[in-house]
Design a protein around this ligand. Structure first.
Ligand code: G4P
Length: 527
């Protein structure tokens, strides 16, 4: 690589921030995403993203089921520039019925923004998504939203982060008043007060101060809120965690921002602080050790495959996270698993559903590749020879259905559909011992509906799904596995690779099976 190319590469990597926003439905993710895009000039009108989410899907060519339910089943990627940074936001559906896909998308992010509703605190979905980020040890930033409404006490919210999620926090700013009395925030890092001008005139005023003892603060907050504020801030200074960049980087300490996304309050400072603290594209583990993003050779892996984004074309799009080197349209890369070279001729970049052809891209960027059926989840594409990126994590299914085909004559199409849809990785398939019945396992209920719908729409097969009572799947490793031992509240099945898996109806059933089989190992995921 010449000096010039090297420097350019370095600059491009340094300016990139690739992150995902995680939250429970209704916390305000769509709203926050939209405000961030507005700052980046990626969209001009408020309501653009929101409009997509609402029932009007006129311009959208996403799956029919999304239209029917008015939700986003699939995760997309949004890119914009802000003050010299190139920002990639990975959208993870916050809906109840999320899937394994949502989890996997998080592997493509270098950091996460956790959005919390100040009235509701840490909710179920946030907890699940948080745990996946935790596993990866990526930095997690917290935005506590809806401060314009009556919410929980900020200290209680921080306590909840620690109790429920086990993460310590550092408030970057602190609210002055709340709900209808919400005056603004005191920025602890930049020692300034940001004033929230209320519902009608939403403009935001920033006043630089010397500290919270500054008389200006008192003047702004009024006596009552001032006393409260000083008390709170003193307590934080004395008893709160110190800001420790290394701990933020390793995901042990989360910087917390208070604000109101819909009023655009606290969003800009959040973005600016976030861009300063969030990591640049990080090295990724592979069969050849860690791959440095600055390497002159291109590499990346596929973390998501989305079928039929455009039903008119029946296409599949494989989402690739670039891990190293520069990507150029038309370049040849090795498809490592298939053992052959392929040409990347029509790569796409995304802004929600608008797709542009991309000419070049760098580590941290996500590109969409047209997939004629050659890619699988976790596939590595590279110009480095036979390296393979570490396997994507799989997640233990929690919901199960027995599936049969309505018309036995359609068995061939049925099998083909099941094979292809399970290959996309959102559904796992199991077979019962002896009877060879087929059982599907998923992490989100919607996947069953999507499965049923797509089997009909794409393969012309009507399926019958019967919900089963199981809640847990554990891969069992033992010298000898005896199906007779798993008859009560449980069942022994095999996965697609003929590994034994036990399905349990309850945690109790699972625990007692573990106690009764002390020599066996019970794994949450396939070995
Ligand atoms: P999601 O993507 O996480 O599901 O949340 P979304 O942004 O759609 O926001 C959920 C609801 O919360 C929306 O109201 C939205 O307007 C509201 N919201 C977002 N940020 C704030 C905030 O800072 N303060 C207050 N008070 N509300 C906020 P909705 O009534 O469900 O939809 P809409 O009628 O506003 O479109």
């Amino acid at each position: 690589m010449s000096m010039d190319t090297k420097q350019k590469m370095n600059e491009e990597v340094q300016k990139r921030r690739t992150f995902a926003i995680i939250s429970h439905p209704d916390a305000g993710k769509t709203t926050l995403t939209e405000k961030l895009l507005l700052f980046g000039g990626a969209i001009r009108l408020a309501g653009t993203v929101k409009g997509r989410k609402a029932s009007k899907h006129a311009t959208s060519d996403w799956m029919e089921i999304e239209k029917q339910r008015g939700i986003s089943v699939t995760s997309s990627v949004m890119q914009f520039d802000y003050e010299g940074h190139r920002v990639n936001i990975l959208d993870t559906p916050g809906h109840q019925d999320f899937s394994e896909d949502t989890y996997r998308t998080l592997t493509a992010a270098d950091s996460a923004v956790m959005l919390i509703d100040s009235a509701k605190g840490v909710e179920a979905q946030t907890k699940k998504l948080f745990q996946v980020c935790r596993m990866r040890g990526i930095p997690i930033f917290t935005f506590i939203n809806k401060l314009d409404r009556e919410g929980q006490n900020p200290f209680d919210l921080l306590e909840e982060l620690e109790q429920v999620l086990g993460i310590r926090s550092y408030p970057m700013n602190w609210p002055i008043g709340s709900g209808k009395q919400f005056r603004g925030v005191y920025d602890r890092k930049m020692t300034q007060v940001e004033l929230f001008q209320g519902d009608d005139h939403k403009e935001i005023q920033v006043r630089k101060v010397s500290g919270y003892e500054d008389p200006i603060v008192k003047e702004i907050a009024g006596d009552f809120f001032y006393d409260q504020l000083v008390q709170d801030l003193e307590l934080l200074d004395v008893a709160g965690d110190e800001f420790d960049f290394d701990k933020v980087a390793s995901g042990e300490l989360t910087p917390v921002f208070f604000g109101s996304a819909i009023n655009n309050f606290g969003v800009q400072t959040f973005l600016e602080n976030f861009l300063k603290l969030a990591p640049t594209p990080s090295p990724r583990g592979s069969s050849a050790g860690e791959i440095d993003p600055l390497s002159d050779k291109f590499s990346g892996y596929i973390f998501k495959i989305q079928a039929n984004m455009n039903p008119a074309h029946r296409d599949r799009i494989a989402f690739l996270r670039i891990c190293s080197g520069k990507f150029e349209r038309g370049m040849s890369v090795k498809h490592v698993r298939a053992g052959k070279d392929i040409k990347l001729s029509q790569p796409q970049q995304f802004l929600a559903q608008d797709r542009d052809i991309v000419e070049e891209a760098y580590p941290g960027d996500i590109i969409g590749l047209f997939d004629p059926g050659i890619f699988r989840l976790g596939d590595t594409l590279s110009q480095m020879g036979n390296i393979e990126f570490n396997e994507l994590p799989t997640f233990s299914p929690e919901l199960f259905c027995k599936v049969t085909v309505k018309n036995a004559l359609k068995h061939k199409q049925f099998q083909k559909g099941v094979d292809q849809l399970t290959e996309e990785g959102t559904i796992q398939v199991f077979r019962t011992i002896g009877f060879d019945d087929m059982i599907l396992g998923v992490v989100g209920q919607l996947q069953f509906e999507v499965f049923e719908y797509r089997m009909k729409a794409e393969y012309g097969v009507d399926v019958i799904l019967q919900r089963m009572n199981y809640q847990f799947a554990r891969w069992i490793i033992d010298e000898q596995v005896d199906p007779g031992k798993f008859r009560i509240n449980s069942q022994l099945v095999k996965d697609k690779n003929d590994h034994y898996v036990v399905l349990f109806e309850s945690e109790y059933a699972m625990r007692s099976a573990m106690e009764k089989n002390p020599t066996a190992q019970f794994l949450e995921n396939a070995p």
